[in-house]
Design a protein around this ligand. Structure first.
Ligand SMILES: [Zn+2]
Length: 132
């Protein structure tokens, strides 16, 4: 990055090749060259692929115990998390995981509301039969 005849990115003074700090303004010239985005890309290329929670277990549980149609939607999104990760599309995997989580909750609350509704019907039915 810093070759011979390198210049300070802050004040433009010509510096030695092995200079770490600018002799005129005193700034660290190495910190200017490495931006956060380049180190991020470096980590992604070198490191292991990031783990994304795929909510598949929750989606299946929601399908069985709560609400089948919404649970199936959650399962579909959960399955797409792994395929997106396998394709190396981290952002798509995260987006699918968020959708899977969202539909798990939709299925959960729908199932809960349905259970409450039937409990209410049962309660109302037993009250009505007690009256007659
Ligand atoms: Zn300088």
């Amino acid at each position: 990055m810093i070759d011979h005849n390198a210049s300070c990115p802050y004040c433009g003074k010509t510096l030695d090749a092995d200079a770490t700090f600018c002799s005129r303004c005193g700034k660290n010239i190495f910190s200017a060259g490495s931006s956060p985005s380049t180190t991020y890309q470096h980590n992604q290329a070198a490191g292991t692929p990031p783990h994304v929670e795929n909510y598949l277990v929750w989606a299946i549980l929601a399908t069985i115990f709560c609400c089948l149609p919404f649970g199936v939607v959650a399962i579909v999104y959960a399955a797409q998390v792994n395929s997106a990760l396998a394709a190396g599309n981290y952002e798509l995997a995260v987006r699918n995981a968020e959708n899977a989580r969202k539909w798990c909750w939709v299925a959960f609350w729908t199932g809960l509301a349905g259970a409450l509704f039937y409990a209410l019907l049962f309660f109302a039915g037993s009250c009505a039969s007690a009256l007659y």
